[in-house]
Design a protein around this ligand. Sequence first.
Ligand SMILES: Nc1ncnc2c1ncn2[C@@H]1O[C@H](COP(=O)(O)OP(=O)(O)OP(=O)(O)O)[C@@H](O)[C@H]1O
Ligand SMILES: O=P(O)(O)OC[C@H]1O[C@H](OP(=O)(O)OP(=O)(O)O)[C@H](O)[C@@H]1O
Length: 314
Amino acid sequence: MDFSDLQDRLLFAVPKKGRLHEQCVALLNGGDIQFHRRNRLDIALSTNLPIALVFLPAADIAKFVGEGNVDLGITGQDMVAENGANVEEILKLGFGKCSLCVQTPTSTSYKSSKDLVGKRIVTSFESVVGRYFGALEAGMDETQASAALWDHTATIPLPKQTTINYVSGSVEAACALGLADAIVDLVESGETMRAAKLHPITTVLTTEAVLICNPAKHNTNPLIEMIKRRIEGVIAAQRYVLCNYNIPREKLKEAVAITPGKKAPTVSPLEDNDWVAVSSMVNKKEVADIMDKLEKVGAIDVLVFAIQNCRVGN
Ligand SMILES: Nc1ncnc2c1ncn2[C@@H]1O[C@H](COP(=O)(O)OP(=O)(O)OP(=O)(O)O)[C@@H](O)[C@H]1O
Ligand SMILES: O=P(O)(O)OC[C@H]1O[C@H](OP(=O)(O)OP(=O)(O)O)[C@H](O)[C@@H]1O
């Protein structure tokens, strides 16, 4: 493969490994973006669309999209903040959800991030943490410092009193090793934090995986909107199931209140005029509860179907 193979193709960056990789590949498969990735090659040409998939470390994707080296990408919002990348977030993907937290040893009594001004912080998020403590040192409170991370127009001075040291991984070990008074790292279940005898002081930011594009490219290539719609459909299909049931016409209003659907449920007449059939998308997580409620109001033949793929209105 050489440069000419990539011409006229939309370059779409996806994490090559790590936490986000598998779910990204599932979205590509669900959206029928077909590709064959040859062993050890980080660029794969789609076999059915004018797209080239570029497999990159999640940490680099925001930068590549921001600088226009690739058109579209999937990464975490934390990576967008860390790179200070000027990208357009076009879709939240609902996975890779976690929080970037200031954490201190449980044996210490720091109460807030302000208490850590002037101390030693270890993190993999050198830029975000630098700006955060720079903002605290400049007199902002914690909420203002977090908000300033997303404000491209804000000029935040570098921290002068607080020492920020970068490590690429195993951040949690820094306090035990005597290298830090606090760390700033991602927390999902909290297991890693608790195992290292740390506790959270403040949340610097919350993050999830997002589809991002280069702001200058969004309106120039209709493929971007097409990919967005396809991925939206896959996510909705993962999140919802289709619930069908029959209900006495006089109970329809009560039943529809239980299954209002994404927009509105489909109601169809039955041979027996006193009954109607209802078909409605419901949240997968709530389906058992919804079935209990439907039975209570008199629904019968309640059937739930998985959705293979869908397109829903906004
Ligand atoms: N515990 C977690 N739970 C949920 N999402 C996470 C978690 N850890 C990281 N993420 C998300 O996944 C992104 C990539 O994290 P990951 O640890 O996979 O990084 P990586 O450096 O690309 O991979 P690796 O650690 O294998 O080198 C993070 O930027 C964050 O958005
Ligand atoms: O709250 P938890 O559910 O325990 O998740 C948090 C951990 O997940 C991430 O690390 P990861 O496991 O991806 O490994 P890494 O340290 O090599 O990045 C993060 O850096 C934390 O260490």
